[in-house]
Design a protein around this ligand. Structure first.
Ligand SMILES: Cc1ncc(C[n+]2csc(CCOP(=O)(O)OP(=O)(O)O)c2C)c(N)n1
Ligand SMILES: [Mg+2]
Length: 331
């Protein structure tokens, strides 16, 4: 069988449609936000799709994922029910967090997706802790596993102190965790150049002896290859590893963003020359995996499905008032 960076044709088409699905889902979320149907914060993943979908190629059953508030894309890539994600955005009872988490606090126990975290970098020690649990269970014969944790953080988050406490413990105890630094060049309105003394973020684990690699996060195949190598490193008991995925967010940081910190020209340049979905589509056409027409058909089908998902979310009930008192910590 013909292989494309170790992936078969079906897997390549699946990656393409998964990325396109995330893009269309996020565009719809942006629209619904504009209509006032989504309230509060909402951070879109548009532009970064190749990172989550590429990394997921290396995931196997029992692996976990955890990320920041920019979580819809990864959650969909992890196979969460898209209706539950959209309904959560609209604050509905059928949402994956019963309408009480919203955009930043998605969760899916079945898919081992541990959120959705609004505090910048808070997910890093938690992801490290999940890796500790995996290793503890393995070492104590509670559950023989070689599971790993995909812990995502941003280029801004990587400047937080708790990241280095986690890095130190992860390396000391050889925990099976892949840290994926999604370097989308900005933390809100602050560029990496303005906030990082050393802009090669993959080197940030060096003082703890953690290996790091840089990968083109706009190139699905590059991410999938790096993900496979990183996963193998962790599953074989070598401890943590860092991948810095160079990527770009097309939309504002959240839905309110003055957009004064970068030029339209910069954004347009990336969209036209580096778009992860367009370049994978071109690869698919050039290698006769599918035709242009077939790719357009996938897009139409995805748009229809997304519309159905949006209808479902809009028509879902809101949580009852007494839900205010459930699942709330009480001493
Ligand atoms: C501890 C903490 N400090 C500040 C904030 C405000 N804040 C929210 S997002 C953000 C930028 C983070 O940027 P980055 O890590 O690059 O992630 P991205 O938004 O680009 O995905 C900041 C400063 C916060 N939520 N938590
Ligand atoms: Mg960033």
């Amino acid at each position: 069988m013909e292989k494309h960076n170790n992936l078969g044709k079906e897997q390549v088409v699946k990656a393409y449609t998964d990325m396109l699905f995330i893009r269309r889902f996020e565009e719809k979320a942006g629209q619904l936000y504009g209509m006032g149907l989504i309230e509060g914060f909402c951070h879109l993943y548009i532009g970064q799709e190749a990172v989550a979908v590429g990394m997921q190629q290396a995931a196997k059953s029992g692996d976990s994922s955890i990320t920041s508030y920019r979580d819809h894309g990864l959650m969909l890539a992890c196979g969460a029910d898209a209706k539950g994600v959209m309904a959560e955005l609209l604050g509905k009872k059928s949402g994956c967090s019963q309408g009480k988490g919203g955009s930043m606090h998605m969760f899916d126990v079945e898919k081992n997706f541990f959120g959705g975290h609004g505090i910048v970098a808070a997910q890093v020690p938690i992801g490290t802790g999940i890796a500790f649990a995996n290793k503890y269970k393995r070492d104590n014969n509670i559950n023989k596993n070689d599971n790993i944790v995909f812990t995502y953080l941003g280029d801004g988050a990587v400047n937080q102190g708790q990241v280095y406490e986690a890095f130190n413990m992860a390396s000391l105890w050889k925990l099976p965790v892949v840290y994926i630094i999604e370097n989308n060049e900005y933390a809100m309105g602050t560029s990496v150049e303005r906030s990082a003394a050393v802009t090669d973020l993959y080197k940030r684990g060096e003082s703890c002896g953690i290996l790091g690699h840089k990968v083109d996060g706009m190139d699905f195949f590059a991410v999938a290859t790096a993900a496979a190598e990183a996963a193998e490193h962790c599953r074989s008991g070598n401890g943590p590893i860092i991948l810095e995925a160079k990527t770009y967010r097309y939309r504002g940081h959240s839905m309110s963003d003055p957009a004064k910190y970068r030029s339209k020209k910069e954004v347009e340049y990336i969209k036209e020359n580096k778009d992860p979905i367009e370049s994978l589509k071109q690869y698919i056409i050039d290698n006769k995996i599918a035709s242009d027409e077939e790719c357009n058909k996938y897009d139409r089908e995805i748009r229809n499905t997304i519309q159905e998902i949006a209808n479902f979310a809009q028509n879902s009930e809101e949580p009852a008032l007494d839900e205010l008192w459930t699942d709330v910590y009480k001493s």
